[in-house]
Every structure is written in structure tokens, then in C-alpha cells.
Design a protein around this ligand. Sequence first.
Ligand code: PGA
Length: 247
Amino acid sequence: MRIVVARDYEELSKKAANILASQITLKPDSVLGLATGATPVGTYMELLRIYNEGDISFSEAVTFNLDEYYGLDKENNQSYYYFMMEHLFKHVNIKHKNIHIPDGRAKDIQEECIHYESKIAKAGGIDLQLLGIGRNGHIGFNEPDVKFEAETHLVTLDEDTIEANSRFFISPEEVPKQAISMGIKTIMHSKKILLLASGEEKAEIIYNMIYGKITPELPASVLQLHPDVIVLLDEEAASMLNKNRTS
Ligand code: PGA
């Protein structure tokens, strides 16, 4: 794991966008694994700035998002489809057919999950996967569990996740209770991983992810086994690592 500490959220977002932009420059037909949530919003803004300056093109890029709420229509402004359209896709020259997000309204969820996996495989696997991390250590919507769930699957969300994500909804009752998420194996098969974390509320989980034991109780801990991970933090999210270094 390579740990990079940015001064603040703005610098973190710039560094993350630069890594994504470099990936697209080096390999224009990159398969990008993308994430939603508050953390990558600044990254997508910065990526759009780079795009608008004419420095990158998404014309050959292919994307797969990590997850989607179960039961929400694409048009619902809380769906991750909507999020991605607003924050990135509708502003760039990506081909619509190259955008992949699990269908939260699929009639046959099992079939949707299998199909999603096979589309990733057919695209040649993910070149660079962007990740956030939940306060409970989840990546995608792989919640703490007694086992690692390998492939794309239907998840029942943790109370902690529902509470954390309720900031985007009118009330916690409105947060969907289930989601479709790429599995741990899917994520681990990505060639490169870029995990972002910002703010003090992530400091403890980041410390445990890096220095703790590898366990499905802290899903992100499995990233210790991946050969090419950048953990990009702001100073607040890295604050417990600093304490570790000086003690
Ligand atoms: P956040 O979510 O970026 O909104 O903190 C991260 C996550 O839950 O993966």
C-alpha cells in the first residue's frame, strides 16, 4: 500500500483527479471503476476542470460503478446513476454504451449480478478502481460480515451505513435498505486501486485498515493483500497514522 497524505480535501481531490487523468492519458480506452459518496465529488469536479481544458478525452473510456441502491429508479435523484450523471457523465464525451452501473430496478437481481460480472470480464477487467471507505470499513457496499462476498451481489445495508447516508435523504427511513454491490473479489481483481478518505471521522478506520488484521469484519483491510493500492488521505483522515509514527 502506498500512502499519500494531502494537506486538505482540495489537494486530495486534485491529486486523485490527476491520477485518473494520467490513467486516461496513458490508456485512453481504460476501464475505470468509479465510486459515489461525498468524498469523490471534489475529484470529479477537478477531473471536469482538466477535461474542460482539453487535456483528456473520455471517448474511449469504459466505466463500471461500484454499486447502486436497490429499488431506486435511475431518475431518482438519490440513485447513483443520477449522481454519476450529474457529477461527471453528462459533462464529458463518454459514450453512453460504455457507462455501466448496476440496475437497481432489475427484475431478476441474481441475473443482473451475474451479468454485471460478465460485462466487467468482457471489458478486460478494471484498470483503475476508485474507492471511498465507510466509517465501518465498507468498500462499495461490502459491509462488515463474517465472510468476504466475492462477486457482485445484493447487500443488506448496515445500520451505520443507513445512518451515514441519511445525510443525503430527508430522513433515515428514506434510505434504501438494500443495494447491489461489486464483491470483494471483483474489486481485488482491479489492476490498480485508489482509495480516498477525508476528514477526522475516517481516521480510526483508516488506521485499522492499514495496521489491523485482515478480516471481513473490516472489508477494506483486504486491500493490504492487493499489489497496487494508493491510499490517498487528507491530513485529518491520516491523523492517527501520524500519531503512530511519532509514538
Ligand atoms: P463518503 O462515503 O464518501 O460519503 O464518506 C464513502 C463510502 O461510504 O464508501
